[in-house]
Design a protein around this ligand. Structure first.
Ligand code: XMP
Length: 524
């Protein structure tokens, strides 16, 4: 597909993917490349603009990530952010120095709204700063277009050469009008028309898949998660009954989830495809009996999945294509930057089945960020509750039950988790109805887990000796770091009381306050 492109050059900053996501929110397609990528290769992609990200280095360090002067001499507009801004100044003859104090956090900034970067914005606003070094002298041909109380050059430009430098982070939501500044760059300065839209993505993807697959047979492992669901529907729209989806219900799914997946993708659902559900709960519980070690459990769950998938594939016979739900962050994180195929294993543990005979892998979502996968899902008419599902690990409740897994523990954690999610969803809905927006405490991921601890309690007049359920709720941007959500006390109270009253085998409920790091989000 021919589309306008902006290239984001990654200098190792923590927000590199966020920059790319914000650009795409401006309806401009963009790709991330390492700063080590030869300029020739980047130019061959014919970008309409280039953005340099932040990074952990200082430009004057000996082995700092850097770029050549040629990058600024191609006539293509370049925007440097934070380290990228300092690098641009340094390479073009300005000066960057170490400040006495780090400037960090929300900072009031004055803008020159005559700069095309800040067109249409108020001349004062809050931005997100995070830097030690600062631009102490502008490179020749540049003028400063924003400043703060302690940073003389918060932004600079050389309008004639279409070079722009921003010391702060417009990609971070704390920066007021940050996306608008990026919009001004990609849509205004670079002149992109905004041709990256999910409806045209879906349409083109369907055409491309049809062309590629012809009358071939396609096999897809469906987990019920967002990525594999969207990939499956896209394929079904493209090739209908040539697609077979295998859904392995390992008995470690959330309450009712197996039936929900079947209702959507099965024979009574709206899609044309061959759907095979394998009810493998007993088989899994058998394999997991007596196993306490978390890694061992993950391995068993992953391997068993592959074995079952292979068995089903053998029944189908030779297939031509295997569908993978790889998405763009997987491509970026693997460091392959669009160079070769990435193979994402269903459970992130076991890898791909060895004995499934196929010609090629199809990865229809490999250019999309998660929020774009969701938009594509809505575009394809997939129900909202599926599209906005929380992340759910491949090994499922197997890693939310500390210690040995068995049917009774699965029942407990399923029922407790159902109540917990129901109450949080209700509280969020009520808040939204009353205030017209989501509450600030709304977690990105929340679930109940089962500790391996039994303790004494009293119910009625009787002593109990039962399990403790752990409630987890985190706020996170990227799931690499996270903080416990500040859930309202009355919601926690209600959940506790319902779980104790409604779920047999539980006499204690605890709320997990641990951040990540040092904790992980899942318990195992
Ligand atoms: P942790 O526990 O590593 O979780 O802090 C970070 C995010 O990843 C999810 N997670 C997994 N997802 N397979 C997956 O597909 C896994 O084995 C797995 N382990 C953790 C977790 O739910 C959280 O969103």
């Amino acid at each position: 597909m021919k589309r306008e492109l902006v290239v984001v050059i990654d200098f190792g900053g923590q927000y590199n993917q966020l920059v790319a996501r914000r650009v795409r929110e401006c309806n401009v397609y963009c790709e991330i490349y390492s700063y080590k990528t030869p300029l020739k290769k980047i130019l061959a992609r014919k970008p309409k603009g280039i953005i340099l990200t932040g990074g952990p280095n200082s430009v004057y360090e000996e082995d700092a990530a850097t770029c050549g002067k040629e990058l600024f001499e191609t006539g293509i507009p370049v925007l440097g952010l934070c380290y990228g801004a300092q690098l641009m100044s340094h390479v073009l003859g300005g000066e960057v120095k170490r400040a006495k104090n780090r400037e960090y956090g929300k900072t009031e900034t004055i803008f020159d709204t005559k700069s095309p970067l800040f067109y249409g914005l108020p001349d004062k606003g809050i931005v997100w700063m995070s830097h030690f070094d600062y631009i102490s002298r502008l490179a020749p041909g540049f003028r400063d277009v924003a400043h703060t109380a302690s940073t003389p050059v918060a932004a600079a430009e050389n309008e004639e050469k279409k070079l722009y430098a921003i010391q702060f982070h417009p990609e971070v939501l704390h920066t007021e009008n940050g996306t608008r500044m990026l919009y001004n760059f990609v849509r205004g300065i670079c002149g992109c028309s905004g041709d990256w839209k999910m409806d045209s993505f879906v349409e083109t993807a369907i055409k491309d898949i049809r062309k590629k697959v012809g009358d071939g047979k396609v096999l897809c492992a469906l987990s019920g998660g967002v990525d594999s669901s969207v990939a499956a529907v896209l394929l079904s729209r493209a090739v209908g009954k040539q697609l077979t989806c295998v859904f392995v219900d390992h008995g470690l799914l959330r309450k009712n989830e197996g039936d929900e997946v079947e209702a959507v993708f099965g024979p009574n659902g709206p899609y044309e495809l061959n759907f095979i559900r394998v009810n493998a709960a007993k088989r899994y519980y058998g394999k997991l009996a007596g196993v306490e070690d978390p890694e061992e459990k993950r391995k068993i769950i992953g391997e068993e999945f592959i074995r079952i998938f292979e068995e089903e594939a053998k029944k189908i016979g030779t297939v031509d294509y295997l569908v993978q739900g790889t998405i763009y962050p997987d491509v970026v994180e693997s460091g392959l930057g669009g160079e070769s195929a990435v193979i994402k294993s269903h459970h992130n543990v076991g890898g791909l089945p060895d004995y499934v005979d196929f010609k090629e892998i199809i990865e229809p979502l490999r250019d999309l960020f998660k929020d774009e996968v969701r938009k594509a899902g809505l575009e394809l008419g997939i129900p909202e509750y599926l599209v906005f599902r929380q992340p759910f690990p491949g090994p499922g409740l197997g890693i939310r039950i500390v210690g040995e897994v068995n049917a009774d523990k699965v029942r407990i954690v399923q029922d407790a988790d159902y109540i917990y999610r129901e109450e949080i969803d209700k509280a969020v809905r009520e808040y939204r109805e009353a205030c017209g927006k989501d509450p600030s405490w709304k977690p990105n991921q929340y679930f109940a887990a089962l500790s391996n601890m039994r303790s004494v309690g009293v119910m009625g007049d009787e002593r109990t000796y039962d399990y403790a359920v752990v409630l987890r709720a985190v706020n996170t941007i990227d799931f690499m770091t996270a903080e416990a959500a500040d859930l309202p006390w009355e919601v926690l109270q209600k959940v506790m009381s319902r779980i104790i009253n409604e779920v047999r085998g539980v006499n204690r409920v605890v709320y997990d306050l641990t951040s990540k790091p040092p904790g992980t989000i899942e318990l195992e």
